[in-house]
Structure formats: C-alpha cells, structure tokens
Write a new protein. Structure first.
Length: 283
C-alpha cells in the first residue's frame, strides 16, 4: 500500500527557520534507510505558507488568497510518499524518524487511494483503463530516448571509422572481459572476451551507445532504443506497455549498471531497452 507521510507545520517552521546542520544530517540518514528498504518513493520539504497562495472554490467562482495562513496546525511542512506492506509498518518507520522540529511536532500518515478502491463506481473498468493510460503518458513524458547500435563483432572497427570519417568523440569503452559481473553461461560467443560489451560515442550533439552484442555478424540494423526513466515504477509501467502485443526479451532485473533494466520488442518489431539510471560501469 502507498501512504503519504505528512510533517505538520509548527510556529517555528512557519517562520521560515531552516533546520540545523545536525538535523539535516539525521534526516538524510533516515531517508537513506528508507531508500535502502525500498520504501521511499518521493519526499520534499515545503516552504512556509507566507510564500504560498490558496485558491478558494465556490461554485463556478475562484478566489486567490496570499499566505501566510493562520491555521498552523492544519498546514504541512513536508511530506514523503512511501510504499509499505501495512499501516503498522509505516508507523514503525515514522517512530524511527528524527524529530523534524526543535519543539514538539506531529507526523500524519494517510493511505493513498488506489484504483481498486473505486471498483464499485467503475464496474466495467473504463476509468481504470483511462487512469492507466494517463499514468503511462506521465511516465513516458519523463523518459529520454537514446539510440543503441549492435555491430555483431565489428564495434571497434566502427568506432575507429566514425572517429576518422566524421570526427566522432569516443567515450567510455567496456569489454566483456572487464565486466564487473560475469555474463550468463553461453551468452557470450567464444572469442568475444575482448570485444566491446558497451561503449558510447558522440557525433555532433548526439551521443550514441553501442556494443558488439552477443551474435557474431549481427548487422547494426538490429538496434534498440534506450528508454531511460527516473523510477522503477515508471520502468515497469512502460515495459509492460511496450510488451503488450510484443515480446519480453529480457525481464526487468537489477544489474551492476542499473537498479532496473530489461529488453522488450514491441508489436511493431522495434527493440527497446528500458532502464532506470544507476552507477555507470567503471572506465
């Protein structure tokens, strides 16, 4: 289940007073623990209501009021979005949180509605499908697309050709023998140990990624588009959307270069690599 964890505002936070260096360090450590546990999905601190505005709705009328707002106890100074197994788990994590204020403070935990909660008012699933499409659109708008070429054993020659022919700038080059993790047995053809597992080169303003791949003689027409998204949730959402009517070539999994990476060919035969950015391979 997802929950919003809200740090309630206090008179101190409403003055705009920044937290101490010690508190910032303690909160950073707490956030690191949340991330390592796979619980934290988002979180931000909010500026005081003196920098906010409030829009009031009355029928078709709208009115705007500048802050600050008097109801301090009803205001929020910060929030997290967590993915937890239960409300009890969320409570235990909140209890571990450093006091976010110098004085007494409160943190509220509110469950977030999921689409299944609306099943009674959406019996045919039309609203659910619309929401799924909307979230796919949001995830796609946050993505970047980059070309990835497979040269079937001639990647090194291609890099040199592009360097001399069109002034390509060669970036990182990682060979199969340099991989931090061994490839699955039988994946890499004999004699490919010193071939290029991954590299990048830049032509003009475009950075292209490339590899020898694992099939000797494979033509560079066997390309994939790299779809990079900020979160694992987005990766899984877009991977499933592309796989609908297509082929899941490599399930999403954690690798040494990405916390979530997979390959899929869509229904039109276009190959994609969906990934969340992570620590880059060593140069």
């Amino acid at each position: 289940m997802r929950v919003m964890v809200m740090v309630k505002a206090t008179e101190q936070s409403e003055t705009g007073q920044l937290p101490s260096e010690q508190l910032l360090k303690e909160m950073m450590e707490f956030n690191n623990q949340l991330v390592e546990a796979g619980i934290m999905k988002a979180g931000e601190g909010l500026k005081p209501s003196s920098e906010a505005v409030r829009v009031h709705f009355s029928g078709k009328d709208r009115s705007v009021t500048d802050g600050p707002f008097a109801e301090t106890k009803e205001l929020i100074a910060g929030y997290w979005i967590w993915e937890v197994d239960s409300m009890e788990q969320a409570i235990e994590w909140v209890k571990r949180c450093p006091n976010p204020m110098d004085d007494d403070s409160d943190i509220d935990i509110r469950p977030i509605f999921e689409m299944e909660d609306f099943a009674d008012v959406d019996p045919d699933g039309e609203i659910t499908r619309g929401e799924e499409q909307l979230m796919n659109t949001v995830a796609g708008r946050n993505a970047t697309v980059e070309p990835y070429l497979f040269f079937g054993g001639t990647c090194e020659e291609a890099l040199e050709f592009y360097r001399t022919a069109i002034g390509a700038r060669i970036g990182m080059v990682l060979r199969f023998s340099e991989s931090p993790e061994p490839a699955p047995e039988g994946m890499v053809p004999p004699g490919f140990e010193n071939r290029i597992m991954h590299c990048d080169f830049t032509v003009g303003d475009l950075t292209i990624m490339a590899s020898d791949g694992c099939n000797e003689g494979e033509a560079p027409t066997g390309f994939r588009l790299t779809l990079t998204v900020p979160t694992e949730v987005d990766a899984r959402r877009l991977y499933d959307a592309l796989a609908d009517g297509g082929t899941a070539d490599m399930p999403l999994t954690k690798t040494f270069f990405s916390p979530c990476y997979g390959q899929v060919t869509d229904r039109f035969g276009v190959g994609w690599m969906v990934m969340v950015p992570g620590q880059a391979p060593p140069e």
